[in-house]
Design a binder for this molecule. Structure first.
Ligand code: GLN
Length: 478
């Protein structure tokens, strides 16, 4: 089976029409993983038994002529921050090296109930903290488009697996850009839904007020299909919103002519690579030719987004990661003499340097005497950033920006300079802070053949509009 260009749409159709079987699709992916993943490093754990059992079930349904669900037989991967019953889940951390969850993340069980075949768990930055996948405690991931470069992070394994055709789609998390930035670095589609749109039950928490689950796919239609499967209220997650879920795939057909698209000057300021600027500007021109009206907007608090994000995200992380003390969860050190030595050594041995750095930053920001100056102030700026978007969305239907100021950088290029790594998140963290949906689609490449991403941001719970704009752009440019 040729996996190149295989999409959810084409895979499901092939299984339905018996042109192939779900078992054959899964086996082709495993063969590809075996051949190529030694170099790329996308997968941490493979779940053969679970995949083949599900694939056989789908093939039986197809043979009996039963109606097939939307992801029937589609081989997918899951970022290793989502719990999978009976399948090791590490969050890219040595502290969870032997953790086998007793339950499934809701988004994962919804994927499986819709017929998806789960191939395995995907490499990521430790606890999803990073922008290059170099913070994985296991191994870095290499960008399939250029093996000397990073795939982006923290969902680097997930983006690389889709770009290298080792999986047709993957499920990932985005706290500050971790779906959209790797999508742009690897040349695939990444969708972060509105905060609350998709249940996080079973997601290993990084920063709970910012964590989202969403898909990485090869096409916009595939992203719409996955969102339709995973979206909707879940009684197991009190932050999941009880609002109707539209038919995202049907909505792709609505026209985009007449839509107002905002362009914010703050997203085209210093630090934006020239090649990226040109590619994004020509994508905007293309959308104008398709009948959209381009409207200048201002998001004046954007320059404060990075410090705000890195205060709130680290504060919440320091609190969420307190549970990994070797008692109920995570690695426990050996040969300790006292309880406090056990805690200290377990955490010291289990966590890598970036996770420790964030726990220290977050604990500092929350401590008495500094709370008002840092954490509380960051919360106030978060409100201002959200208001910027509210004011802009009073005038426009969506906002278009670059996804990242640069294309994929070289492995090792930024790993000794955490600040420059943090600054590269400038265009993605704002949507997480405001809770609005965003997606990244490929919009050309650099002279060195590296993919470039166009980001489209939308109103709360209006994923339909950004998917529709992205779909129209994709159709017009392919
Ligand atoms: N790069 C950002 C960080 O390191 C975002 C990570 C994410 O979205 N999980 O915090």
């Amino acid at each position: 089976m040729n996996l190149d260009r295989l999409t959810i749409d084409s895979a499901r159709t092939a299984v339905e029409q018996r042109a192939t079987t779900a078992v054959e699709l899964a086996q082709s992916c495993y063969a590809k993983i075996q051949k190529e993943d030694g170099q790329v490093g996308a997968f941490l754990t493979l779940s053969h038994d679970r995949a083949l059992e599900q694939a056989e079930r789908i093939d039986r349904m197809a043979a009996e002529g039963k109606p097939l669900p939307p992801l029937a037989g589609v081989p997918v991967g899951i970022k290793d921050v989502m719990s999978t019953r009976g399948v090791r889940t590490t969050a890219g951390s040595k502290s969870l090296d032997t953790y086998v969850p007793p339950y499934d993340c809701t988004a994962v069980s919804r994927m499986e109930a819709a017929g998806a075949v789960i191939l395995g768990k995907l490499n990521c930055d430790e606890f999803a903290m990073g922008s290059s996948n170099e913070n994985s405690a296991y191994r870095p991931v290499r960008n399939p488009r250029d093996l000397d470069r990073v795939p982006g992070g923290s969902s680097g394994g997930s983006a690389a697996a889709v770009a290298a055709d080792m999986a047709v789609a993957t499920l990932c998390s985005d706290t500050g850009g971790s779906i959209r930035q790797p999508a742009s670095f690897c040349g695939v589609v990444g969708l972060m839904p509105t905060y609350g749109r998709v249940s996080r039950y079973g997601l290993i928490a990084f920063a709970s007020s910012l964590d989202h689950i969403g898909p990485l796919t090869k096409t916009v239609k595939d992203a719409a299909t996955v969102l339709g499967v995973i979206a909707g209220h879940d009684p197991m997650d009190s932050t999941s919103a009880d609002v109707p879920v539209p038919d995202y795939v049907a909505d792709l057909q609505k026209p985009i002519a007449g839509l107002k698209l905002g362009v914010a000057k703050e997203y085209f300021a210093d630090g934006l690579d020239d090649e990226i600027r040109h590619a994004v500007e020509s994508a905007i021109d293309r959308l104008k030719q398709l009948g959209c009206e381009i409207v200048p907007v201002s998001l004046p608090h954007t320059p404060y987004a990075i410090p705000t994000y890195y205060l709130i995200a680290t504060a919440e992380a320091s609190s969420n990661l307190a549970r990994y003390d070797g008692v109920r969860y995570s690695h426990r050190a050996r040969g300790f003499r006292t309880l406090s030595e056990m805690y200290r050594r377990s955490r010291d041995e289990g966590f890598g340097p970036e996770v420790k750095r964030r726990i220290m930053l977050g604990t500092y920001a929350l401590s008495a005497g500094y709370y008002d100056a840092y954490y509380l102030k960051a919360q106030k700026v978060r409100t201002l950033l959200t208001r910027d978007f509210q004011q802009a969305f009073a005038k426009v239907d969506a906002i278009v920006t670059p996804t990242s100021p640069t294309a994929a950088f070289r492995l090792g290029e930024k790993s000794n300079d955490p600040l420059s790594m943090y600054l590269a998140d400038i265009y993605t963290v704002t949507a997480d802070l405001a809770g609005i949906p965003g997606l990244s689609i490929p919009c050309g490449q650099t002279k060195e053949n590296l993919p470039i991403g166009l980001q489209i941001l939308g109103r709360h719970f209006d994923e339909s509009t950004i998917l529709r704009v992205a779909h129209a752009y994709e159709q017009a440019s392919s």
